[in-house]
Design a protein around this ligand. Sequence first.
Ligand SMILES: [Zn+2]
Length: 162
Amino acid sequence: MVLFATDDQGRLVDTSTAYVMTEVEKAELEQKLVDTGVVRPNVVGTRMGLLKSSAVVPRHRGQGIGLRMVIERLARLQRLGCAAAVVLAWDSGGRHSSLGVLEAAGFQRVAELPEYWREPEGAETFDCVKCEGPCECTAIVIRRSLYDFTPEETVAELSHTR
Ligand SMILES: [Zn+2]
C-alpha cells in the first residue's frame, strides 16, 4: 500500500509505503536474524507487515505527521490480518529520526544486521550517501506486535506524553 498525506490545500506532505511480507522475504529475514544470534525470531509462520519508506516533505517535519503515518499503516496491516509489523531501519550514523518515531509507536529492537544492503560481488550497487561505495550500513530490525495495538489508544497515549 502507498499512502499519501496532503495539507489543507491538497499539496503532498508525506508518502508512506507498507505491505504484507511474502514467504520468501520472511524466510530470508528469519535466516539473517538466526545468523546474528536471535533465538526463534518468529518471522516465518507469522503474518507479518513491513513498513517501508516514509518521507515527510521538509517544511512539514516536526509536526507528528510521520508518527501518524506509522499508526495509519499499522492499523491497515492489522486489518489485513497481520500479527506483527517489522521495519528494517537504516542506521545512518546520524540522527535516528525514523527510529525515534517508530519507538514512540511501540516498536522494539530485535537485532542489528550489519551490511544488510550490501550487494553480492559483481552485482550492481546503489549509491549509499553514507558509504560512498558498496553499502556497509547496518539495518536495525525493529518489531511491534499488532495483537495489542489499537490505533485510537496509541494516539491517546502519545498525546498524553507530549
Ligand atoms: Zn551504506
